[in-house]
Design a protein around this ligand. Structure first.
Ligand code: 5GP
Length: 186
């Protein structure tokens, strides 16, 4: 897996067709937030965003959750896995959570699942910390590329095997800020 930020943007790369408009994303995010809140079996939920791609998704998601739910947010930052760890999906944690997760209900929020290796590794790490509950919410699911089965509890949209940008997802640091999700023309 290459994270978008590891890519070199060539001058001929352009933002291509729109897969999901900001409006469609907003509606989907609202319904996900309602489902997550209604299915959280506790008063408190720790929402963990994976930087940087999940930033907009997480911030929109939590703002659609009801005040009765005690929502806490935190972030993790991870490095891409290098050539030597490609098949295992072992990633380096560059920034860890600010608090423990033991006995808490945790929701991991990720921008996109491709091979599944990153999320699968993160879930393994989290499980060792003994949360009371551990669920996953991903904005985009690139199912065709899956190399390892990974439990996705909440998913925004399925996407084809194309490189996408916008709404938090980047290509060489570019286009993260776009409100819609687009395919990149290489
Ligand atoms: P996985 O370990 O599931 O193969 O990798 C997931 C990570 O790959 C995502 O968090 C993201 O950083 C990167 N990625 C995979 N597909 C895309 C894509 O289409 N666009 C962008 N911007 N990043 C992607």
């Amino acid at each position: 897996m290459l994270r978008g930020s590891d890519l070199e943007v060539e001058p001929h790369y352009t933002v291509g067709r729109t897969l999901f408009s900001g409006e469609a994303i907003g509606e989907r995010v609202k319904s996900l937030a309602e489902r997550i809140a209604s299915e959280t079996p506790a008063k408190e939920l720790l929402v963990v965003g994976i930087l940087n791609g999940a930033v907009f998704f997480l911030s929109d998601l939590v703002r659609q959750m009801p005040s009765e739910l005690d929502v806490k947010i935190d972030f993790m930052s991870i490095s891409s896995y290098g050539a030597s760890t490609k098949s295992s999906g072992v990633v380096r944690i560059l920034k860890d959570l600010g608090s423990g997760v033991e006995d808490r209900h945790v929701l991991i929020v990720e921008d996109i699942v491709d091979t599944g290796l990153t999320l699968s590794y993160l879930l393994d790490v989290m499980r060792t910390r003994r949360p009371a509950g551990l669920r996953t919410c991903v904005l985009l699911d690139k199912k065709e590329k899956r190399r390892i089965a990974v439990d996705i509890d909440y998913c925004g949209f399925a996407v084809p095997d194309e490189f996408v940008v916008g709404y938090g997802l980047d290509c060489g640091g570019k286009w993260r800020h776009l409100p819609d999700i687009h395919v990149v023309n290489f």
